[in-house]
Ligand binder design. Sequence first.
Ligand SMILES: NC(=O)c1ccc[n+]([C@@H]2O[C@H](COP(=O)([O-])OP(=O)(O)OC[C@H]3O[C@@H](n4cnc5c(N)ncnc54)[C@H](O)[C@@H]3O)[C@@H](O)[C@H]2O)c1
Length: 303
Amino acid sequence: MKIAIVGSGKVGAAIGYTAMLKGLAHEIVMVDAARDKARGEALDMLQCLSFAPPARIRHGEMADTAGADIVVITAGIPRKADEPRVLLLSRNAALIADLVRQAVHYSPNCIIFMVTNPLDVMTQLAYQVSGLPVGRVIGMGTVLDTARYRSYLAAAFDADARDVDAYVVGEHGETMVCLTSQVSVRGVALTALPAYDQAKLAAIIEDVVRASSEVIALKGGTVFAPATAACAVLEAIVRDSRAVLPVCTYNEQHGVALSLPTVVGRHGAGPVLPLKLSAAEQEQLAASVANIKKYVKEMENLL
Ligand SMILES: NC(=O)c1ccc[n+]([C@@H]2O[C@H](COP(=O)([O-])OP(=O)(O)OC[C@H]3O[C@@H](n4cnc5c(N)ncnc54)[C@H](O)[C@@H]3O)[C@@H](O)[C@H]2O)c1
């Protein structure tokens, strides 16, 4: 398994490092417009190899990604705490289109894994310019938001986060939908837990939506959680685990790329699994879809 990481900034470097520690690839190639940054990250990782699973770690240009099984795209300009993710549209659209074309040129059979924001729009753009089948262009989507939701629920209701079954769907952005109608802990409805409290749940949802801004304001960027979430998706692909993850893919039915629970394995992403939503959740999801569509239109006007 060869994984190329295009964009060796904070998130790209952390994904490379986590993937190396998890033994997800026999070869990891770090790429960045700032060549020395990619070189530095690759060297730092290479120096771990006497304590890590065997792998070939190197840096390079896009040509060095040739034959990659997975190309992770983390290149771009990140947002500041007070900026909506969608502001990144104009900054990142042309850059991402160019990188995706190059990635597919060098690795025509790869899976593209998109991390750059605004995530849904960038995933749709990557799908459109790549010419790859829909399940081979996967965005990180709401995998990270879902991880935050599960962690916060676990902390508030005294449970193990790994036991909490909950999803955030829709946009990886301000209109994300934290589903409440089917949250459970190992099959037990959240509402049945002794510590359950509706006001607490509402507060958690607010915290999940602003989780990223909070971390950016405190430490300048989100790093560990995105890298861990990204590697959960990479692991599902590499180990063909068929994990159900709310990744982002272009959705014919909705006419836009968005996140819904989806089976992930060596083939890529799909099928998308059906969800039973309450009437309120259906409304929220429709608003989220409409928001992504608005941004897709803006992107199409920019290119
Ligand atoms: N989807 C998510 O859940 C999620 C989470 C965190 C961050 N992000 C996004 O990931 C992206 C990266 O965030 P970061 O904090 O690592 O930013 P960063 O600024 O630390 O890293 C971005 C890197 O991209 C590089 N780059 C720019 N143009 C390039 C090009 N043409 N080719 C190769 N490399 C190029 C830069 O030199 C830089 O090193 C941002 O768009 C951010 O918003 C997404």
